[in-house]
Design a protein around this ligand. Sequence first.
Ligand SMILES: *Cc1c(COP(=O)(O)O)cnc(C)c1O
Length: 713
Amino acid sequence: MSEERFAYAAVLPDRIHRLHELAVDLWWSWDVRARDVFRQLDYALWRRSAHNPVKMLQQISVERLRAAAADPAFLQAYDEAITGRDEERRLVHPWWAEHGGALAGGSVAYFSAEFALHQSLPIYAGGLGVLAGDHCKEASDLGVPLVGVGFMYPQGYFHQRMSNEGWQEEHYERLSWMAAPIEAALTPDGRPCVTSVPLGDRTVLAAVWRVRLGRVRLYLLDTDLEENAPWDRELSARLYGGDRETRIQQEVVLGIGGVRALRALGISPTVWHLNEGHAAFVALQRIREQLEHGTSFDDALETVRKSTVFTTHTPVPAGHDAFPFHLVEKHLAGTWGEIGQHRERFLALGQYDSGHGPQFNMTALAMRTAANINAVSALHGEVTRSMWRPMWPDTPADQLPVRFITNGVHAPTWLASSLMALFNRYLGAGWLDRMDDEALWEQLQEIPDAELWQHRQELRHDLFDYIRERLRSRWIDERVTPNRIVAAGAMLDPTVLTIGYARRFTAYKRPELIFHDVERLARILTNADRPVQLVFAGKAHPADEPAKHHLQRVFRRCLDPTFGGRIAFIDDYDMHVAHYLVHGCDVWLNNPRKPLEASGTSGMKAAMNGVPHLSVGDGWWAEGYNGRNGWLIESSTNPDDQAATDNADAEALYKILEEEVVPRFYERTPAGLPTRWVAVVREAMRSSIPRFSTRRMVKQYVTEMYGPASNGK
Ligand SMILES: *Cc1c(COP(=O)(O)O)cnc(C)c1O
């Protein structure tokens, strides 16, 4: 592991030499002990570097390093983190010891177009990436042998800034790869891995980067190489940035290049997991490999099918990539080679008509080449089966091969450190290992109301400190107008009941539902004794014009005096902002048009932290709500009349706010405690942590999907 690659400010003192190892392994980001090492090393620098240890070691002074190496308190933290790291590698997780046999000694390759691991590696747009990142981290914790395969986007996804008129502006920033926790992936003979991908009538090269995630490795393809033509160098520049042509070429690189890269690295997975249809060309490459060994097309397809797992993520038709056949022909031209005679059969695997004539559909391709298919919540399972019913015309409706595994979130990533410390005290230090044991969480009852409430109050204050510091730096560094400072939350009050709404802006999520009756909302927000505030965040996809208009109207509401400065829009929503919001709000609002939200995971992050969910019964909430852990907006879904649905849903939302949420929050005992509120907080945590963590989810993937896939069942 070369330190030169990172050009650190100084040679690390011997006593703390393994700081390098801690810094380049993103394991630090979800291990409290490792995180503490960097916080203690130089807290100001930690903040300034946006929590990026690699950057810290590039900027830290020699004196500071020397002082740390002689400071007993620091050394104790350092030793604990290093011991923790060594143990993690040495010990086999008890669950894996018992159930790991399911994989029969094999391993999993997990393909995804995006991975959200930490803000220092901005190669994600939203929920799909967060799920992929959380899946990999959990696989590392449990010791599941898994490698991730994705894209290194040097310009990542865009940064969002708002114009004075509230129009979203998109800024792309080139990643400083020196300061990113990535290293060149090496082939077995020790050379940097570069793979070639046939694309159209040419060959494109892709370099392969490696990211360390505890026991898991992630491999990222990057076409920005001098040997490539300028337009090919740009292929991997941005996530979801291009047109259809760019998109299909990215998918060829990910699917076909991804398999080739694993081969070059000497990695031979037995299970191939496609997270969404973007990587479905994996099947083509794998079929091709077998044809080259003389297998028949049917046998090759059967082998590939048995060992492929496919997870579909959305019931929204536009979320499923489909291309006209001529584009597929054009960009796969170089791939046919010896399998040219099977071209028609291959194209037929992707053929699907979703109402606009037959196209080459990546979801259809994945479904026809995967024997193990799942949706991401119970309700989404039902919706997926009926949506894709035509795929299996001869199969009875109750036997369609689509099951569900409800999403989860990685608790050590998303739980506030202060709450983790609280659990250490009340549940015992081993709670992380038993996190999905529902009985364990009964012990939450032992935490006194006052103590739990104290934590919730502090987390809300942390959120507002963060918002204010962001405002200050925008004010100083970017010289934004006072308007923007007001819209971004200058008048928010850290003692007031705060409702969070943060997710991608898009029409079906109805970001403006709460403004349905402006006067009624104003009465709720500006009540002098029991005020309420609303905090919004989220990006609109650069090509989604209607979403940008929703965003602009929300921005204008923030400036409307009718609402008394109690609405704010936090720009540039990312994992960092998400952490503060899911920790610090009091209520997490979600009001999609049912049943279009396949799962939703931000609500799980919030609930874990004692931020109850207030939501339409869609996605995970359809199975998560139990009558005591939050609130259900009973959606009177009428598919033929959206206006009537919106009307009824908004009415239901106001009623819950007025009659349930606000009174509960402000009703205090003589000691100042909102006892009935704390009961919901506690129940939100108790009911969500064991069931909606990736611990439960990855275990299910191993036993229900990976096991059967590795045994060819
Ligand atoms: C969790 C998360 C999401 C996904 O949230 P949903 O509720 O599924 O929309 C999106 N973006 C970021 C930055 C997140 O942390």
